[in-house]
Design a protein around this ligand. Sequence first.
Ligand code: TYM
Length: 351
Amino acid sequence: KPLVFSGVQPTGNLHLGNYLGAIRRFVLLQDSHDCIYCVVDMHAITVWQDPVELMRATREVTAAFLAAGIDPKKHIVFNQSRVMQHAELAWVFNCVARMGWLNRMTQFKEKAGKDRENASVGLFAYPTLMAADILVYRATHVPVGDDQKQHLELTRDIAQKFNNDYSSRIADLDVGVEMMMGDERVNGFFPLTEPLIEGPAPRVMSLRDGSKKMSKSEPSDLSRINLTDDAETISKKIRKAKTDPDGLPSDVEGLKGRPEAENLVTIYAALAESTKERVLGEFGGQQFSAFKPALAELAVARLAPIANEMRRISADQAYVDGVLREGGERASVIAEATMKTVRSILGLVSS
Ligand code: TYM
């Protein structure tokens, strides 16, 4: 049975990239799938976090999930640290994954920077915890932005190696499910999870530099639209967004080699639930001085209701904490059932 899992870190401000690449798609998937959405606070602490700020951000991401339209009664919304089985399975995966695999992770290289000796061990092992998040529920589908692709490939590699290393034990205990691996039919315990990197904007770029993704950690706040920005701030950031001197092309071909123009058109199309073709059909030939106000108006119309709802929900901290508590309890039941089997597959005495 298909099961969706995804996570968002409670670090800094949520931005338009997080919304279009992930949260908006979490909302769309919930009509057709069972979904588990997690605020990954244990991933956040792989780099130093101020404790009070971490609590605030955890509740804010939760409020954003709810404000965007995720239904915490039908689906599960919780924060990662409440369900200790994530950490337990991450340890098991630390023993399955190879140093060489983790050494190739580009996100670690970017985040650790030059001073790799000084990066936390947790930052290096970040992807094994992510694999554990997903596989402790044996989730089959993971909606994420394009930047998480490599981590999801690693998740599949870990699942495959686990299934392979313990194949006879999985067969003896009769806890496997049939699955296809290439052309081969195998019996595995963990599914080979499918990334869902789709939708109109899997990679929203910085408003200041079309070659960099929009990111929480970019120092310039002008580079991103935060979900909590007010109308005036959104308009200002779009007005100041970098563009080239030409006007908008009349077709998608004309966006080639113009990353800033392409980014703004992509954002418009995603917010309007339209396509780049149609947006260029309307605005092709016009100057950015005409397009930017239209984009600002659309962004405000789409984001202001979410920001207002986030504020309303955040005001009731007891409600937000209740959602996380109840979600954590429901998640624990599934996670513990998986871990019981994992312990017995591994030969960890627990009776
Ligand atoms: P995080 O917190 O950095 O980002 C949350 C989600 O937003 C997407 N995203 C973007 N999408 C489009 N354009 C952008 N500029 C952009 N920036 C961010 C991310 O791809 C992500 O989907 N490692 C994950 C969190 C995580 C997770 C998981 C995800 C932990 N465990 C298990 C899926 C499954 C992360 O740091 O996301």
